[in-house]
Design a protein around this ligand. Structure first.
Ligand SMILES: CC(C)(COP(=O)(O)OP(=O)(O)OC[C@H]1O[C@@H](n2cnc3c(N)ncnc32)[C@H](O)[C@@H]1OP(=O)(O)O)[C@@H](O)C(=O)NCCC(=O)NCCS
Length: 174
């Protein structure tokens, strides 16, 4: 069955939906570094981020959303490095709402982002993922991302356990 969703660059009216999506993933406690209470973004700040991520050709930022029934159900964002020497590196983050996972949304968002990257100033796509996040790692590997390194014990969880971070990347084909 083909899931019924659309992809588009985010617009200002997506701001509340984007905040809600991220807050939901943060609340799951499994996939992002921020814990509930550590994620605070205003609508105004999100609108600034949306406008910066307009995905224009030659730019270094994009913010694509997946929508279903007028709700934001997924997002992929690329932000460049902060300096001249690393601004060719686009840092990727992808999130899909829990009830929409496993239906092709994450792959569609990543493929749209990679297509955009080919028109952008980004030369390398990079990301960090918890080493235990096997669905995300499988998706990234299938799209040509390779492991560049592992930060052992990078994160300490409230239950006393520590988890590793995997650094993955791929070149942007031109
Ligand atoms: C990772 C994530 C974005 C994938 O999105 P999704 O919409 O569920 O993924 P898709 O349905 O498009 O599946 C894409 C691939 O992911 C992998 N995958 C998805 N669900 C999986 C699962 N339960 N177990 C193993 N692999 C899985 C498969 O390789 C799948 O390949 P396929 O297209 O051949 O089936 C989504 O699970 C998510 O938002 N997770 C929480 C947030 C997160 O971890 N983000 C990444 C932070 S680095």
């Amino acid at each position: 069955m083909v899931a019924d969703f659309t992809l588009a660059p985010a617009v200002s009216s997506d701001a509340a939906g984007l905040i809600s999506l991220r807050a939901g993933v943060v609340a799951e406690g499994e996939f992002l570094v921020a814990e509930p209470g550590e994620f605070v973004v205003s609508i105004e700040a999100m609108i600034v981020r949306i406008r910066a991520g307009d995905a224009a050709p030659g730019s270094s930022r994009c913010l694509f959303v997946a929508r279903a029934r007028h709700q934001v159900i997924g997002v992929v964002e690329v932000q460049p490095g902060a300096f001249r020497r690393n601004r060719h590196v686009g840092h990727v983050e992808v999130l899909v709402r829990r009830d929409w996972r496993g239906r092709g949304v994450g792959r569609a968002l990543m493929e749209r982002m990679i297509e955009w990257a080919g028109t952008s100033a980004v030369r390398k796509l990079a990301l960090a993922v918890y080493a235990h996040n096997l669905p995300a790692i499988a998706l990234y590997r299938s799209l040509g991302f390779v492991e560049e390194g592992r930060r052992v014990g990078e994160y300490a969880f409230p239950d006393g356990s520590v988890r590793d971070d995997l650094l993955m990347a791929r070149a942007v084909g031109r």
